[in-house]
Design a binder for this molecule. Structure first.
Ligand code: AMP
Length: 328
């Protein structure tokens, strides 16, 4: 069976891995742009719970994080999209197995995560070795024309293209080979306590330089007040200089990304107050909406059930074509 259909509207696809509490970095760098993409694309946004299983995990925590992130996606206005939990759409793991029969141990052994975190360690989960294939399935099932990726994801999408091309050449033209596009460099929010590293998803214990999307205003205030700056007190100290003044530059980036302005600010104290106000103003509507959304769990369940049903419907024919081509 050969698939000839092309999606009517361009498709956008993005999966978030529920391994921690979403941060201001996730919001400015991912969720807000994902909401804007809805205007011109048919968006599929998923919670990649299967990808959270490649390292030791706590089942109860995973379940709680999926519930929290599901409500958050709705709270930031992504419910115009097809929202789903990856494990509720079995075509993902089904296609992953077929692609494992096309991928080689050599190429998977060269994937960065495995090389850095798993190779040579007997207790490494086999899924840390194979998850890039699951990621290829995540993408290929939706036939997006383009996949926007940052540098850290490039290797994954290159593998996805290789697997699609190899499958097509060996068994017939089933997959659309997506183009890799580099998105305009968006806001990269750095850790307030260590502005040379990115603000990563926070673990069970809050990092002092990580603002969670759901942090109340007084917590935001405290974290911003403690943000690392520098000892420059001269006139013009409040300025961007990424190498020499990473902390101050990051605060200015956050301020502007949250709609604030640094005009007239001369001291770090004033800058931090302005950053706090801008971040609180940006997050408060999301937090208010989040409180409403979690109060109606049935609605969240319904939105995600509908999304999973559409995802199954859209991906089913692609899986069926792959089954047919490979001889099943
Ligand atoms: P991660 O939390 O690293 O799994 O990333 C999930 C999404 O959020 C990806 O699209 C990242 O590019 C984005 N993201 C994560 N942390 C940041 C950050 N500190 N600044 C900007 N975007 C981020």
């Amino acid at each position: 069976m050969t698939l000839t259909f092309a999606p009517a509207r361009p498709r956008a696809l993005s999966l978030l891995k529920p391994t921690g509490h979403l941060t201001l970095g996730n919001y400015l760098g991912a969720l807000r742009p994902m909401a804007a993409t809805q205007e011109h694309s048919d968006c599929f946004y998923g919670l990649a719970d299967l990808h959270s299983l490649t390292v030791a995990h706590d089942p109860a925590r995973l379940r709680a994080l999926v519930a929290e992130q599901a409500a958050t996606l709705i709270a930031v206005g992504l419910d115009e999209s097809t929202l789903f939990v990856q494990s509720h759409v079995p075509t993902h793991s089904q296609l992953a197995y077929l692609l494992e029969c096309v991928a080689t141990t050599g190429e998977l052994g060269r994937m960065i995560q495995f090389k850095e975190k798993g190779r040579g360690v007997d207790s490494t989960r086999a899924s840390l070795f194979t998850y890039p294939v699951l990621m290829a399935a995540d993408i290929l099932l939706y036939r997006p024309e383009q996949v926007p990726v940052g540098d850290d994801q490039r290797q994954h999408v290159e593998l996805t293209r290789d697997l699609a091309q190899r499958f097509n050449a060996t068994y017939g033209p089933v997959f659309a080979v997506p183009e890799i596009v580099t998105p305009p460099t968006g806001a990269r929010v750095m850790d307030l306590a260590d502005p040379t590293g990115k603000m990563g998803k926070s673990g069970a214990v809050d990092g002092p330089g990580v603002i969670r999307l759901l942090d109340p205003p007084d917590v935001v205030r405290r974290k911003v007040a403690r943000a690392v700056t520098d000892s420059d007190v001269g006139p013009g100290a409040v300025r961007r200089e990424r190498e020499a003044k990473p902390g101050v530059t990051n605060l200015l980036d956050v301020l502007e990304a949250c709609g604030g302005s640094a005009e007239g600010l001369t001291t770090y104290g004033a800058l931090k107050r302005a950053v706090t106000d801008a971040v609180v103003a940006e997050l408060q509507p999301v937090q208010r909406r989040y409180a409403e959304v979690v109060a109606d769990r049935a609605h969240v369940t319904e939105v995600f059930a509908r999304g999973a049903a559409r995802a199954r419907e859209v991906t089913g024919p692609v899986l069926a074509a792959a089954y047919g081509a490979i001889g099943l």
